[in-house]
Design a protein around this ligand. Structure first.
Ligand SMILES: [Zn+2]
Length: 231
């Protein structure tokens, strides 16, 4: 047996290194309960007051909202441009800050909330500029992407395996939806001549998503790729 600190040879009966005084741990020798092998973790616990931090961040968001609202009301006597600014700030707050009010924010809840907030903001802009593109364009687009991302987040959170299937499937789905998006754009903005730009994301997604699904199915090929790229 040797001392772990200085390497000096020790007798089996020794409880302490004669040279450096390090306590010797010998599995065959019973120790007193009070004798600890390692020092306890005595680092002072860091106390960050999350509640106070959240109040400060919320105030940082509320201040520009109030200032823009007051300026707009003073100059135009109505909510005009300030609506966009306030909407964007509220949207950013919901997407970035809101989850931190919770101890363990669940992305399965907050991701769809963020997309709903984005949809609401776009609806407000559509309403404010008197547009007619929300229902036939922005709404299906935000809903489609929102549902796909929520599905991916949910599957990744609750499934331990099958990441390649999940991401491959999501990429394929988004690619397959892109001709639908082109159709929506053309209908909404009354474009009569199709340029078929959606063929590019469609082909890219078929290649990428297809590769991921292929890797998911073909185990030996996957292992070969892993050896080639990750080790
Ligand atoms: Zn020693």
């Amino acid at each position: 047996m040797y001392c772990v600190k200085c390497g000096v040879k020790l007798e089996d009966t020794e409880k302490m290194c004669p040279l450096c005084g390090t306590v010797v741990f010998h599995p065959d020798i019973k120790r007193d309960e009070v004798e600890r092998l390692y020092p306890e973790n005595n680092y002072p616990k860091q106390h960050i007051n999350t509640f106070a931090a959240m109040i400060i961040i919320t105030t940082l968001f509320l201040t520009p909202i109030l200032i823009t609202l007051l300026c707009d009301l003073k100059v135009n006597a109505a909510v005009t441009w300030s609506g966009y600014v306030m909407g964007a700030l509220v949207l950013a707050y919901i997407m970035i800050v809101l989850p931190f009010w919770f101890k363990r924010p669940n992305p399965v809840i907050f991701v769809p909330c963020s997309f709903a907030a984005l949809g609401g903001y776009l609806w407000y802009i559509n309403f404010a500029v008197d547009g007619d593109w929300f229902l036939c364009f922005a709404f299906p687009l935000v809903t489609g992407i929102g549902l796909t991302v929520t599905a991916v987040v949910t599957l990744v959170k609750y499934l331990k395996h099958g990441m390649l299937y999940i991401f491959g499937g999501a990429i394929l789905l988004l690619g397959i939806l892109s001709p639908g998006l082109e159709l929506l754009v053309n209908i909404t903005f009354a474009i009569e001549k199709f340029s078929f730009w959606s063929i590019y994301p469609l082909v890219a997604s078929l290649l990428m998503g297809g590769l991921l699904i292929f890797l998911a199915i073909n185990k030996s090929f996957r292992e070969k790729m892993e050896r080639k790229f990750f080790i």
